[in-house]
Design a protein around this ligand. Structure first.
Ligand code: H2U
Ligand code: ZN
Length: 346
């Protein structure tokens, strides 16, 4: 009898239409690598050398205001620029390049240098959600911006340059690769079944319960059946909606609640400030209706078995297909147990 918890198998990701390899039998193999305990230094609430703290000078000489809430500014080293030479480079069927326009911003989540999202009170996280919403609306309303990517890189291991709580926004004229994959998959699913892919998926996961981590009246946090990263999760609204701008004030507050619970449980997993890349997948802002689009958030954490041992996407994974040993069900059970613990100690 084929058993997902012990037999090697492939799983299908219906959002990107990619496959991953799952090898649960390998979790029994001995581990000879090192596991180190990391000493976490308590950071001050204000760091005079931090370029994101209120009142400090950034590279290029601009000084941050004495902000007391969230704070957004144009990235001084933007990857995308609004004014570019427009053009195309083409050599036969093989060499193709196109100019790209865009805007990049940095979002400080709090003036307090010592915090992370997990440390912030729910009302503070709600201010971050509100800021994301305003930014998505403002950037998305520019007629030449067709997609707004909001994300956070957390932890030095993820390439984050500064521990001050902050995220980024990259808004572009083109629809990026991952977004196009998800857009086509969601649109085709709707055309085929007349229902929404992620509405159907949320209902299924709620019924099966095996991969759920935590939930509230409006949101589910779960380990996707097709998760690639060991502790990857997804946050889904129960209601079919395309972007933060469609949320009610209650749904904004309950999103803050789910983000708090998920990030606290992540920190509890390896007793470390848990690194990740997280981001919102919202509807493209290209003026089309995209009725099939269902807002969701992805968390892609790099850690595998401790605060220092990370998962490497190498070898077979680069050349063939991503692979994981721990099953999404086993991971969900661990994270769920931790949310229960952290709830109890609250
Ligand atoms: P990361 O920590 O995820 O690298 O984000 C910080 C961003 O802040 C990064 O994109 C920008 C960098 O370009 N930055 C400024 O805009 N001004 C500065 O003075 C330093 C860093
Ligand atoms: Zn700071």
């Amino acid at each position: 009898m084929f058993d997902l918890s012990s037999d090697p198998h492939r799983r299908y990701n219906p959002l990107t239409r990619e496959w991953i390899l799952v090898s649960p039998q390998r979790t029994k193999r001995p581990w000879l690598g090192q596991v180190e305990k990391v000493a976490e230094v308590k950071r001050p609430a204000y760091d005079p050398t931090c370029y994101l703290c209120p009142g400090n000078e950034r590279a290029g000489g601009v000084r941050n205001p004495e902000y007391t809430d969230t704070f957004v500014f144009d990235n001084d080293f933007a990857a995308l620029l609004p004014d570019v030479h427009v053009g195309e480079y083409r050599r036969g069927a093989l060499l193709l390049a196109r100019s790209e326009r865009g805007l990049c911003r940095v979002v400080c989540f709090s003036p307090d240098h010592s915090l992370t999202l997990a440390d912030m009170p729910e009302h503070g996280i709600l201010r971050v959600v509100d800021t994301w919403t305003t930014q998505y609306a403002e950037l998305g309303n520019l007629d030449w911006i067709n997609y707004v990517q909001i994300f956070e890189n957390k932890g030095a291991i993820m390439g984050c340059s500064n521990p001050h709580p902050h995220g980024q926004i990259w808004a572009s004229a083109s629809l990026p690769q991952q977004v196009l994959l998800e857009l086509h998959a969601q649109s085709d699913y709707r055309a085929d079944k007349s229902t929404c892919l992620l509405c159907d998926y949320a209902a299924l996961e709620e019924k099966e319960a095996e991969r759920l981590i935590c939930a509230n009246a409006d949101w589910l946090a779960l380990v996707p059946f097709w998760a690639t990263w060991p502790f990857e999760t997804m946050v889904l609204p129960r209601r079919h909606l395309a972007a933060l701008t469609a949320l009610t004030p209650e749904e904004c507050a309950s999103l803050a609640n789910i983000l708090k619970r998920l990030t606290v449980c992540y920190d509890a997993l390896f007793q470390t400030s848990f690194p990740y890349t997280m981001g919102l997948h919202q509807c493209p802002t290209d003026g089309q209706s995209h009725a099939a689009w269902h807002l969701h958030l992805h968390f892609y954490p790099p850690l595998l078995r401790s605060a220092t041992v990370k998962k490497h996407m190498v070898g077979y994974e680069l050349l063939a297909t991503p692979q994981r040993d721990l099953t999404p069900e086993a991971v969900a059970a661990r994270l769920r147990a931790l949310t229960e613990c952290t709830q109890r100690t609250k």
